[in-house]
Design a binder for this molecule. Structure first.
Ligand SMILES: [Cu+2]
Length: 340
């Protein structure tokens, strides 16, 4: 009652001041949740405090500096060949050794982890449509461990230290193989898988831990092999001649400066994007929000991430914006964690 009286009074004042309509209407609208003061609009809806507004950004200066330091290497055209497993191979047992051969116009490109920084050029190794594993030392095979029985796909491509892929033809390779007597599908996934790979230290760390455990029993340690315990998965029915999107980044956990601007990166086979003279586009969305389209095949850096878990979805779409299905791989979502 009081409110109504004050509102009336204020409206009368407003009229006297020859301010018509607007202030009265505002006071009426605001009546329920504010004391009717003057003509200040008080919107009832307030934005959610956790709302995240992402914006396309430049690559971080740290990355630009690295690009400059690398010189010609950044323009390399690495060519990978999957030596093992061979296309169509059947592997007995749950350990699948991956051997790669690297050639092409390398301009100094060499996968190798810097022991000081834990960073370096590496290969992204993707079993089925799982998050990639980082493979640094091609001198010895990378072991996919606990691989479950059935048919699988393996995709590999060359990557820079900051996980941006080389996009030249030949950088990407894929094979399909079958595992017999594979790993235990009910075995729990190791914690590192897909969750803490942002700095790519886990693969080797795990291998070293295994070796250290062995060392306790025998004085001569076998050489540490890079590898990873894989969660259960099976390969999609991929048609190799059809457009194929391979999700690469983001993945895992992002902390500190690395969480300010996060890169979306992917590999495309048999699919040219519209801005590159083709007919496809890549659609991305974060946390189920508004979908955005990528028209040129290049990494997209996004800033504005809030702390917590986020889901990133990447899809390959055709002219009518429908997903070009190919074994399920052309629409892929990943959870990442941003730590502030
Ligand atoms: Cu990487």
């Amino acid at each position: 009652m009081n409110h109504a009286r004050r509102t009336l009074f204020l409206c009368a004042l407003s009229l006297l001041a020859a301010v018509f309509g607007a202030s009265c209407a505002t006071a009426d609208n605001a009546n329920s949740n504010t004391t009717a003061t003057t003509s200040v609009a008080a919107p009832a809806a307030s934005p959610s405090p956790a709302a995240q507004t992402l914006a396309v950004a430049d690559a971080p200066q740290k990355i630009k500096d690295q690009m400059a330091e690398r010189g010609a290497q950044d323009q390399a055209s690495p060519v990978l060949k999957i030596v093992e497993p061979r296309e169509g191979a059947t592997i007995n047992g749950s350990i699948v050794p991956v051997r790669l051969a690297l050639s092409g116009d390398l301009k100094g490109y060499k996968p190798m982890k810097d022991p000081q920084t834990g960073m370096g050029n590496h290969i992204h190794v993707i079993l089925d449509n799982q998050p990639y594993e980082a493979y640094y030392s091609l001198d010895q095979p990378f072991e996919l461990r606990n691989v479950t029985e059935g048919t699988h796909t393996l995709r590999v491509f060359a990557s820079r230290p900051w996980h941006e892929s080389y996009k030249n033809t030949g950088s990407f390779q894929m094979v399909t193989f079958t595992v017999r007597g594979g790993g235990d599908a009910s075995r729990p996934t190791t914690t590192a898988t897909g969750q803490t790979m942002a700095d790519n230290r886990n693969a080797t760390t795990n291998a070293n831990q295994n070796v250290n455990a062995n060392t306790a029993a025998s004085p001569v340690a076998p050489p540490a092999r890079e590898g990873k315990e894989m969660p259960a998965s099976s390969g999609g029915a991929v048609n190799r001649a059809q457009p194929l999107l391979t999700y690469s980044r983001p993945k895992g956990e992002y902390k500190g400066d690395d969480a300010n601007t996060i890169m979306i990166d992917f590999w495309l086979a048999n699919a040219k994007l519209q801005g590159d003279g083709g007919e496809y586009r890549v659609r991305y969305s974060v946390d189920g929000g508004e979908a955005k389209l990528i028209d040129k095949w290049a990494p997209v850096w996004l800033s504005g991430w809030t702390a917590g878990k986020h889901t990133v979805k990447l899809e390959l779409v055709g002219k009518d914006d429908s997903v070009m299905d190919n074994g399920g791989y052309n629409s892929t979502s990943r959870d990442i964690t941003v730590v502030r």
